[in-house]
Design a protein. Structure first.
Length: 397
């Protein structure tokens, strides 16, 4: 009987379990997670903070799913080491779990700048149910909230708090919002739209230190221009880093865990999927970590099928983010900022809040950004994937 072990029970881990069971109804499957909760959607955290959903709406499946699939559950249990020679996973309890094939789906962790104190009441990220509950409780109690970071999570959180009746302030290092997924004009369009709704956003600014009150809580943040902003809750939204702690001593390099198109790592019988994995970006033609929920599901499914003996291929990652910003639809995919070089071409159309930008490299569509009227997004995504097909085939194994 085959023995499968999966570390992590979010999007990639859950997809891996389902894929294994679709091909092997009898093998022994064990899922390990340091979170005590049944798999839930992190995408919905800001919806909860806004008051749109309840806690019970987070969960992805019926609570008896793992029972029906005959999965051994070790939830609320942290894996602390992997021993490839012995094919075991060591738990914090001292127990060793044996595997024949292993999937690492440990996701990512909020990236905290080094200038913040290691532990101080009032500083948090937004990654778990507990984080979301804490943020909503404090916001509803009238806490002054500062969001440090103007990426996708920071923007979604600011909008959620605004809808919940709080008035957060955003501190953004870049000259405009969404600097990783939008160009200057598109980012400023989004910023102006949010400011018209009453949100306060400071760009080209950074938090350099925090001030505690007499009770050990947070009193204020100090910006790089010396300004002090009163603050009871500082939410750090400075990106996500792959949670690679289990393999840092086993695999050299930085960033996520490198995998091939079958989600295999360089370690024998060990796969990786989701935010922790470095997959092939079909537009930039390089491997990188890409924390996007649908990609994590597809990667977990690919890994699970291959663990169960199939020969499945993950078709590469396409950076794609879609959200609604206080009524303004926004979609960004692929490369949206083209260098000023002859091989690159850009087409831009703007009318009010309707902004469309298409980016071409050597005549091939490699990126698009849309606001307001986003109906062409599906067609554009298919075009980008089609244009990148031959590049991907060279990478895939």
């Amino acid at each position: 009987m085959a023995k499968y072990v999966i570390i992590g029970n979010s999007a990639a881990g859950l997809a891996g379990v389902k894929a294994i069971r679709s091909k092997d109804p009898c093998g022994e499957v064990t899922i390990i997670s340091d979170e005590k909760h049944f798999p839930y959607s992190r995408v919905l955290l800001t919806h909860y903070i806004a008051g749109h959903i309840k806690i019970e709406d987070f969960f992805l499946e019926d609570r008896d799913l793992f029972i029906r699939l005959k999965v051994n559950q070790l939830l609320g249990t942290r894996a602390i080491a992997i021993h490839p020679l012995h094919r075991t996973v060591e738990l914090e309890t001292g127990q060793a779990i044996t595997y024949e094939t292993l999937l690492i789906a440990t996701g990512g962790l909020p990236a905290f700048p080094i200038n913040l104190p290691a532990k101080i009441k009032g500083i948090t990220g937004l990654r778990t149910i507990e984080d979301a509950i804490n943020i909503r409780q404090q916001a509803m109690a009238g806490a002054k909230v500062v969001i440090w970071g103007g990426g996708l999570v920071g923007v979604k959180l600011a909008c959620a708090l605004h809808e919940a009746g709080n008035s957060p302030e955003m501190i953004v290092s870049s000259p405009h919002l969404l600097s990783q997924v939008a160009d200057d004009e598109g980012g400023r369009l989004v910023q102006q739209h949010m400011e018209r709704h009453g949100l306060r956003i400071r760009c080209s600014a950074d938090v350099v230190r925090v001030v505690q009150d007499s009770a050990g809580g947070l009193k204020s943040t100090i910006l790089n221009n010396g300004e002090e902003i009163p603050c009871h809750l500082l939410v750090v939204c400075k990106g996500v880093r792959p949670n690679t702690s289990l393999v840092d001593k086993l695999l050299s390099g930085s960033g996520g865990i490198p995998v091939d198109s079958r989600m295999r790592t360089r370690l024998p019988n060990i796969y990786a999927a989701g935010d922790v994995a470095n997959t092939y970006d079909i537009t930039r033609q390089e491997s990188c970590s890409m924390p996007i929920w649908p990609h994590a599901v597809a990667q977990g499914r690919t890994a699970g099928l291959n663990m169960a003996g199939e020969k499945a291929r993950y078709r590469g990652s396409l950076p794609r983010n879609a959200l609604e910003i206080l009524g303004l639809p926004f979609i960004s995919m692929g490369i949206v900022q083209a260098p000023a070089q002859e091989e690159w071409e850009v087409s831009i159309h703007r009318q009010g809040n309707n902004y469309q930008k298409l980016v071409y490299f050597q005549g091939r569509l490699v990126g698009a950004m849309l606001t307001d009227r986003v109906e062409p997004a599906g067609r554009l995504q298919a075009s980008i994937r089609s244009a990148a097909g031959d590049w991907f085939d060279q990478y895939s194994v």
